[in-house]
Design a protein around this ligand. Structure first.
Ligand code: AMP
Length: 209
């Protein structure tokens, strides 16, 4: 099954995608994770990407589409995948339509920006294994340490409050138009992502079973 998870930052796409991927035994393809991995190379291109991400802006479409194309050339995608965070603009969706046929777009709806701001500014991530925590909703057992591997937890640069606000502006102007785009194609289903990850997962299970 080929799925796109669409929704604003902080809607829980990444957290829930991990569980759905486990259930379906397919890979989770997060363009955000791929870009963060690229940052580690320390090249001039990496520095450029870092400054875009830290401001909460989008990486140029051409480069993003190329990165997704490269990822989809690997063998592990033959039974499907979840795209988490791609496409994020109409030109990306149009370019993607030329290379793949998607089964379903799940639109994570969150009614109130204040929920998103709280979710992101309190999000903590394990440096070692990437596990995601939230200081209020999913706190680690030991402060600052990952329950799963003991790694240190950190706050993403773009989860600082000013970057989060900008990401919401960017989402509304550049990504939200994809809701109409996929609705017209008859591919989009809404879920309520203001609830906890477990209940969000249950709604998705109903759609894909
Ligand atoms: P995410 O982890 O999905 O929140 O993505 C983190 C950041 O990576 C975004 O704020 C963008 O700067 C960049 N990014 C991720 N996916 C895309 C995309 N499809 N198009 C452009 N930029 C992206």
């Amino acid at each position: 099954m080929k799925l796109i998870f669409l929704g604003p930052p902080g809607a829980g796409k990444g957290t829930v995608a991990a569980d759905v991927c486990k259930k379906l035994n397919i890979p989770q393809i997060s363009t955000g994770d791929i870009f963060r991995e690229l940052l580690k190379s320390g090249t001039p291109q990496a520095n450029e990407i870092k400054s875009i991400i830290d401001k909460g802006e989008l990486i140029p479409d051409e480069m993003t589409v190329q990165i997704v194309k490269n990822r989809l050339s690997k063998d592990d995608v033959k039974d499907g995948y979840i795209l988490d965070g791609f496409p994020r603009t109409i030109p990306q969706a149009e370019a993607f339509d030329k290379i793949e046929k998607i089964d379903l777009v799940i639109n994570f709806t969150v009614p109130d920006d204040s929920i998103i701001i709280k979710r992101l500014t309190e999000r903590r991530i394990c440096k070692k294994c990437g596990a995601i925590y939230h200081l209020t909703n999913i706190p680690p057992k030991t402060e600052g340490k990952c329950d799963k591997c003991g790694g240190d937890l950190y706050t993403r640069g773009d989860d600082e409050v000013d970057a989060v606000k900008n990401r919401l502006i960017v989402y509304k102007s550049q990504t939200a138009p994809l809701i109409a785009y996929y609705t017209e194609k008859g591919l989009l289903k809404d879920i309520d992502a203001s609830v906890n990850p477990k209940d969000t997962f249950k709604q998705i299970e109903k759609l894909i079973d």
